[in-house]
Write a protein of this length. Structure first.
Length: 143
């Protein structure tokens, strides 16, 4: 467990020592710290192989664009992601708010969670066993 302060404005998870929200700047002076599960990287697999996932509170999944120097946190290029098979450069992101949530970033072909298309900018919680479809690639979330 870890002590955190949840921003009353944007729900960003801040360290208990923060005086204002690191994301939106709202004062946290009146916000009581609370005990929350410590951040751990989400476990994801693709084709039954574990994906490397960095330990951070926002993880962007997509495909690299060498021309502009864009590299998402999880680059699906090596798994065959391309514009042809429906993977956008900034396709979807995972957000930590004490639990992992998934949010489509307005991708061209959309993201499907358990075969349901996500509405852009409307995060949904991930549950162990959730299947995330990004273009023609299928990722499994293991918790
Ligand atoms: Zn905030």
């Amino acid at each position: 467990m870890a002590l955190i302060k949840l921003c009353p404005n944007c729900t960003q998870r801040n360290g208990a020592e923060e005086r204002e929200c690191v994301k939106c700047g709202t004062s946290l002076a009146m916000t009581e710290p609370l005990d929350a599960p410590a951040l751990s990287a989400p476990k994801l697999s693709l084709n039954h192989r574990a994906l490397y996932v960095p330990l951070q509170t926002e993880i962007i999944i997509g495909r690299a664009d060498r021309d502009t120097g864009w590299y998402p946190d999880i680059d699906l290029t090596q798994y065959g992601a391309s514009s042809k098979n429906g993977v956008s450069r900034r396709h979807v992101r995972l957000i930590w708010n004490g639990e992992w949530q998934i949010e489509d970033l307005g991708s061209l072909n959309g993201t499907y969670l358990n075969q349901r298309r996500l509405k852009p900018s409307e995060p949904l919680p991930l549950l162990p066993g959730s299947v995330i479809q990004i273009g023609k690639l299928f990722l499994t979330y293991h918790g």
